[in-house]
Design a protein around this ligand. Structure first.
Ligand code: A3P
Length: 314
């Protein structure tokens, strides 16, 4: 039995890795599937903003940028609570004894900013009925799978990743929580033509954060003075966020997220996949990728021409 603490609350339950089940063919944790009626029936409001991503695509980064824009670059206000308390993760059920994401959202005053990793077809219909604004962030598959592998290692409630090789196979087959990366990014890419969706790329934010932050602020209809924009660019840098306890998930008990195995704020780079893929894995991945991504206009960059530490970032 392992006891853990969240916000000073003692949890007397055994921390075990989530089992997978399915909703409409999409693997989700069994705990989410068991409460699916609640998730599907979630009531969005017209002034809700939804941040949607495939897991490990830069969700937390985008959440911090959005919070900073909404609070005019006031870093103290953005440290009022941890990321998941500020912007509830609507479908998340950590444990039966803890408040699920949708209930945290229900208890929040409007305007709310919410997070989801759901593929577009599983987003609660009220978001479309209410014509909510949505920011979707996508990250290239190779960096995404490396990040996800390390996240599964450190997060003791995520399904067991196995070896890197085994995880890569599961990822390519879409046998991971929230399903296939390929279908996720393509599904949302199509949806952006019919709904109020701002579709962004991790690589673009990394290369030119100022430009992408301005894009987000325009989407949110918020004018940013240069000074505030400078502040947001600074505060949301990887090195700064890595040290921010309200954004780096060190508030989560180590029994759940073990940052010693791999920190949540791990590398924050584009192109780290080159340190993991063997030549054979890379060839196999590329061949499979071509098939799965055939017929879409969606393209990704897997490296930045200026390297991962672009001067534009500083
Ligand atoms: P790495 O594991 O590659 O370092 P999510 O929030 O969707 O779970 O994504 C987490 C990934 O985004 C991690 O990637 C994390 O380091 C990265 N990340 C978080 N904040 C970032 C920032 N400010 N700049 C760049 N990358 C960031």
């Amino acid at each position: 039995m392992s006891a853990a603490k969240i916000k000073g609350i003692k949890i007397d339950w055994e921390v075990t890795r989530h089992e997978l089940a399915e909703v409409e063919g999409i693997p989700l944790t069994k705990k989410m599937c068991d409460r699916w009626d609640k998730i599907w029936g979630f009531q969005a409001k017209p002034d809700d903003l939804l941040i949607a991503t495939y897991v490990k695509a830069g969700t937390t980064w985008t959440q911090e940028i959005v919070d900073m824009i909404q609070h005019d670059g006031d870093t103290e206000k953005c440290k009022r609570a941890s990321t998941s308390e500020r912007q509830p993760f609507i479908e998340w059920v950590l444990h039966e004894t803890l408040t699920p994401g949708w209930e945290k959202a229900e208890a929040m005053p409007s305007p709310r900013t919410l997070k989801t990793h759901l593929p577009v077809q599983l987003v609660p219909p009220s978001f479309w009925e209410q014509n909510c604004k949505i920011i979707y962030v996508a990250r290239n598959a190779k960096d995404n799978v490396v990040s996800s592998y390390h996240f599964h290692r450190m997060n003791q409630i995520m399904p067991e990743p196995g070896t890197w090789e085994e995880f890569l196979e599961k990822y390519m087959a879409g046998k991971v929580v929230w399903g296939s990366w390929y279908d996720h990014v393509k599904g949302w890419w199509k949806a952006k033509d019919h709904h109020r969706i701002l579709y962004l790329f991790y690589e673009d934010i990394k290369e030119n954060p100022r430009h992408e932050i301005q894009k987000i602020s325009q989407f949110l209809e918020k004018d940013l003075e240069k000074e505030i924009l400078d502040k947001i660019v600074h505060h949301t840098q990887f090195e700064i966020m890595k040290e921010n306890p309200m954004a780096n998930y060190t508030m989560v008990p180590p029994e759940i997220m073990n940052h010693k195995i791999s920190p949540f704020m791990r590398k924050g780079a584009v192109g780290d996949w080159k340190n993991y893929f063997t030549v054979a894995q890379n060839e196999r991945f590329d061949e499979d990728y071509k098939k799965k991504m055939a017929g879409t206009s969606l393209t990704f960059r897997k490296e930045l021409s200026g390297g991962t530490d672009s001067p534009l970032y500083h």
